[in-house]
Write a protein that binds this ligand. Sequence first.
Ligand code: SAH
Length: 463
Amino acid sequence: MEIRKGQEFSLEIDDMGTDGEGIGHKEGYTLFVKDALVGDIVRVKVIKAKKKFGYGRLLEVMKPSPWRVEPACDCARQCGGCQIQHCSYEKQLAWKEKKVRDCLQRIGGFEEIPMEPIMGMDEPYHYRNKAQYPVGYDKEGNPVAGFYAGRTHSIIPNTDCAIQHPCNHMILETILAFMKQYDIPVYEEKKHTGLVRHILTRVGKYTGEVMVCLIINGNKLPHQDKLVEMLKKATDVETTYKIKSICLNINKDKTNRILGEKVVPIYGQTYIEDRIGNITYRISPLSFYQVNPEQTQKLYGTALEYADLKGNEVVWDLYCGIGTISLFLAQKAAKVCGVEIVPQAIEDARENASRNGFTNTEFFVGAAEDVVPEQYEQSGGSLRADVVTLDPPRKGCDEKLLRTVVRMEPKRIVYVSCDPATLARDLKYLCGEGYELKRVRACDMFGHSSHVETVCLLSRKAQ
Ligand code: SAH
């Protein structure tokens, strides 16, 4: 049967793709169907047809999958934030674990994979501590905030997202009311005019401290004192969280990048604090901080267990952010050196180390693939580490960095990854250079999305 654009037919969904989409087969032809779930029988319309595969739009679920559940958000299908809210949480976890295993087999070439059970969340809603809402206009010209529809820049208004902290609802409604009352213009991307681009919020789960940051296309926010007053009034009734920081982030560039470089406080400080275990961290708007504090504790706990520190080790923590893993490990190591590319994050890392009383840490600003080889060269090739931790962004590690890490001959490498495909590629490299994959454990940091975090232990084979 030839599949053409515009055709409609029923289809059994027999698999799930990398982004959580349903996959069905029609006489050898593969169709990817967003919002369809493995186990569903659906009616689809072909919206794009290539020779061997195509894309279908879900028209109707004729027979629901045993794993299909009612999504928590009404706008779940349109919203690009979550991809699999319609899938039971148990099945989400099983699928994520399989995704990691498949990548390690297919891309990494591993056969026997020492996988431990995925760490799921106890409560997979309202878990995020950071939100970035684009701001736009609705049809009536009122300011709205919400999320981008999948792969587009059209805004789905939603101030009550099921995975964000509940305080976001009140904060967003207050800011929108302020904008309406004082006629504050919304930034319009196409014309590069207007003022308010995004609203960023951060909440310290264990301290209750809240940061609100307006990203603006300008230097000043008119009537900013009124906004401060309105936000304080709206949050004064609350006892479980308190606004510690209201700031502006200046981004006048014609760019997709959300944040600019400059942060201007309009109330309180330019950071909030949160705790992981018994360490307090200072978090600035521009710094990376894990978005799911409860799972972070489990993830770092696993990283610490894998690092198996006895107290006399030198550890290099690469891609260290504000020093979260570094300080976690510094509790049990002789010395920890952290490397991170964002200068403000390193400032936070140093501050975090001194506030928590650590004297055995050192932080370097720069790309890990530059800093580590430079340090190695400067030492005349004598630089060594007992343990190296790697926690790169999605694109994984640069080979130049991995080559130097191997030369530093760490006994153990703990790799924390947010992308199983690049993880598998990097593990393959390291295992070709004298390391052995000992333990692998996935952790669900991003429930209802298609993302999965993984922590792995590699150990150096006896030479
Ligand atoms: N380990 C930290 C941060 C992990 S996220 C934590 O758990 O909180 C990845 C970090 O890598 C980010 O802070 C990002 O700014 C940083 N980064 C990105 N590219 C980098 C590079 N080439 N060299 C060093 N750090 C980099």
